[in-house]
Design a protein around this ligand. Structure first.
Ligand code: GRF
Length: 215
């Protein structure tokens, strides 16, 4: 099978991009074919350059034709730390072939303005004992599309937004490649995929992630 060509949308440091570049370096299932940034100063662009992956900067992230053209022949579009709303025509063009990773257990703690440290401040303020990462399909609204996979992360006493963010980011870096490979292996089907639907894998992941985090 020819590897699924990924277009990765970025805005910032690119740690999620890096985790995909590393995880897919020798993969026959998927590979990062292009990086598209909403910001010219994104650290992610340097990561793309180092990996020899073509990268472009969007002149206008709100222009659907421009966004669609920049994504080219991608078989799967991955929003990795991307902070702009995807224009509806671009969402339609990549329906069920565009995914996002969010640093909380959606549908809670998502939506407009919910990114970065603000997400973790809200989780801490809520008194929630558990947070986590979510990978979901992108639709016309921020953080609302069907959920593909979630991975829980314990909130610890004394956590700050920074310590919780770091713990969640570490789990994002495991979850995103896992979901991308699984979707690619299934040929990015035109129907919503749900991973760990029976909860057992989720529980196992939970126990695993808690055990790992206790390590
Ligand atoms: C983090 O806030 C992460 O939770 C979210 O995007 C940011 C990571 O950005 N998914 P990057 O991948 O390091 O640029």
């Amino acid at each position: 099978m020819t590897p699924v060509r990924l277009a990765v949308l970025v805005s910032g440091a690119g740690t999620n991009l890096q985790t995909l570049l590393d995880a897919l370096a020798d993969s026959r299932v998927a590979r990062v074919a292009r990086v598209v940034s909403s910001h010219a100063a994104a650290g992610a662009l340097e990561r793309a350059r180092r990996a020899g992956v073509p990268a472009t900067v969007l002149a206008d992230p709100s222009d659907p034709a421009h966004v669609i053209a920049s994504l080219g022949d991608a078989g799967l579009v991955v929003l990795a730390g991307y902070l702009k709303r995807v224009p509806p025509a671009a969402v339609a063009r990549f329906r069920l072939r565009m995914i996002n990773i969010h640093p909380a257990l959606l549908p809670a703690f998502g939506g407009p303005g919910m990114y970065g440290r603000r997400v973790h401040e809200r989780v801490l303020a809520s008194g929630a004992a558990i947070s986590g990462a979510t990978v979901h399909y992108v639709d016309e609204e921020y953080d609302r599309g069907p959920i593909i996979a979630q991975w829980p992360v314990p909130v610890r006493p004394g956590d700050t937004a920074e310590t919780l963010a770091a713990r969640v980011l570490g789990v994002e870096h495991r979850l995103l490649p896992l979901v991308v490979v699984e979707l690619a292996r299934r040929g990015v089907p035109p129907v919503p995929v749900q991973l760990f639907p029976d909860g057992s894998a989720f529980a196992a992941q939970n126990e695993l992630s808690v055990r790992l985090l206790d390590a």
